[in-house]
Design a protein around this ligand. Structure first.
Ligand SMILES: [Zn+2]
Length: 136
């Protein structure tokens, strides 16, 4: 049972997000040190990707497991109160994500999603990303 109100739940989710952005920063730092140059939160691309590598035409999304419904992830478990509200909201998000990645693909961009739970292991994320970025 979800014992939190809608407002409290949102507050918790926001706190989770800001805590994890530390890991996000350390991944960025590693990429930068490895010589990869990127732009952040590029608003003129579909979905406003978190990291964009213009010369490689590659974009990275850093997704929160809850907000973006990470499949089979415990962090993406849906609240058991306000069920309809959350279902509708989270499904809308997922649909938008899919649409954004499709649009980017049509524009010739390659994309990858890094999930919030993966960021517990910044080194693994870094190696996944360098592979992605070096792929032709
Ligand atoms: Zn996850």
């Amino acid at each position: 049972m979800d014992t939190f109100s809608k407002e409290k739940r949102s507050e918790i989710m926001r706190a989770v997000k800001s805590k994890d952005s530390q890991a996000e920063l350390s991944v960025r730092r590693m990429l930068h040190q490895a010589g990869f140059r990127y732009r952040l939160h590029v608003a003129d691309l579909p979905g406003k990707p978190d990291l964009v590598f213009p010369s490689r035409r590659k974009a990275i999304f850093m997704h929160g497991c809850f907000w973006h419904s990470h499949k089979n992830c415990p962090a993406a478990r849906r609240p058991s109160s306000n069920v309809e509200y959350w279902e509708a909201k989270l499904e809308r998000n997922a649909k938008r994500d899919k649409e954004n990645r499709k649009q980017l693909k049509n524009l010739g961009w390659k994309t990858i999603v890094i999930w919030e739970c993966e960021l517990k292991y910044p080194d693994a994320v870094f190696s996944k990303l360098t592979h992605f970025l070096d792929e032709m």
